[in-house]
Design a protein around this ligand. Structure first.
Ligand code: SAH
Ligand code: SF4
Length: 346
């Protein structure tokens, strides 16, 4: 039994060939899956009843289950999805003031090996990579459930996308070609896996690259992110410069603000100096308390002061709004994941 979600046009044609149907049938099925987001083969009403019965013998639409769905008063939807092997990931759909934009925040792995000190996902360790089909199933599930078309995708759910790069790139190709989502409306967020950033640069990636920097210097970053010991900030900077140089694209810098730790005036100045020659926008993320640790979100005053200091250095700075604040977010980071990032950039 094949699962239609995640198949390319050519793969669907293999199925229709086996059923002795035309390539046009494959095109129709493809549209039902990606553009009209049906939940069952019976909904593919421009296929004959007879052909639908034949198709049902060999294929089904999806094998992903919605385990939990939460709706926030600001319109954010959060799903816990279950794959056939019982593993679950979270996927979030955010709406912005500009109603035309619907951003899906997808997971790339079950768990994460990077283990940043502030992140709920990292605490659980790494379980497994998601296949590209499992990644795109997240967006298809949202589309099927809401009847809406996702316009932007950000890889900011569970997992480190650049430790599963092949599947992430494959999923992005399908988002681009089959979902018809523009490359620039796709954002990959990474904790800074230097060799893989260089790989994206060589591929001349036209999607948005977001770097989770979170610190102005090596000492502070080491405390927050173990990955700093493997790929320190000076190497990360070289990779960012190479990326901008090869792709011509502006990078998004994500900076988690934690009270007293990385939100001081010195930190702002040091950060501005580090980013000085990098073509980037900065997205400040007030820390979301989700863990049993001592980190606290800075006051609004401190956030605005930090923003002001960075803006003074000539960068464009946004503060990430908290989304879905009233729905329980078991996975710390999925809460508050905004992202003007991908909708704003061009
Ligand atoms: N592994 C990738 C992508 C997933 S995390 C990465 O780290 O970039 C997506 C974003 O959520 C990252 O910027 C991460 O730092 C942030 N995040 C994690 N925990 C958070 C928390 N408790 N509060 C706010 N943002 C958090
Ligand atoms: Fe992994 Fe990103 Fe969480 Fe760090 S912040 S543990 S890289 S998911």
């Amino acid at each position: 039994m094949k699962t239609l979600s995640g198949l390319t046009q050519a793969e669907i044609e293999q199925i229709t060939d086996e059923l002795n149907a035309s390539k046009f049938r494959a095109r129709q099925i493809h549209n039902w899956i990606y553009l009209k987001s049906v939940s069952s083969i019976d909904e593919m009403t421009d296929l004959s009843v007879k052909f639908r019965e034949e198709l049902k013998q060999v294929a089904k639409v999806s094998d992903v289950k919605i385990k939990v769905k939460q709706v926030s008063s600001d319109g954010t939807l959060k799903y816990l999805l279950e794959y056939p092997d019982g593993e679950c990931v979270e996927t979030v759909l955010m709406r912005f003031d500009n109603r035309a934009n619907l951003t899906a925040c997808v997971s790339s792995q079950v768990g994460c090996a990077v283990n940043c000190s502030f992140c709920a996902t990292g605490k659980r360790g790494f379980i497994r990579n998601l296949t590209y089909k499992e990644i795109i199933e997240q967006v298809l599930t949202i589309q099927r459930d809401t009847g809406l078309k996702v316009t932007n995708v950000v890889f900011m759910g569970q997992g480190e996308p650049l430790l599963n790069t092949d599947n992430v790139l494959n999923a992005m190709k399908i988002f681009n070609e089959d979902f018809q989502i523009g490359a620039r409306r796709l954002t990959v967020s990474t904790s800074g896996i230097v060799p893989q950033i260089n790989r994206l640069a060589d591929l001349d990636m036209q999607s948005t690259l977001a770097i989770s920097l979170h610190a102005p210097n090596h000492e502070i970053r080491r405390k927050l992110m173990q990955i700093e010991n493997k790929y320190p900030m000076d190497e990360l900077k070289k990779a960012m410069l190479n990326y901008v140089n090869k792709t011509g694209r502006r990078i998004t810098i994500e900076y988690l603000l934690i009270s007293g730790l990385n939100d001081t005036v010195e930190s702002a100045k040091e950060l501005a100096y580090y980013l000085n020659d990098i073509k980037c926008n900065i997205n400040l993320i007030p820390y979301n308390s989700t863990e049993k640790n001592d980190y606290k979100k800075p006051s609004n005053n401190a956030i605005m002061k930090f923003k002001y200091l960075l803006e003074h250095s000539g960068k464009k700075v946004t503060v990430r709004l908290e989304r879905g604040a009233d729905i329980d977010a078991a996975c710390g980071q999925l809460r508050g994941k905004v992202t003007q990032t991908s909708s704003e950039q061009s």
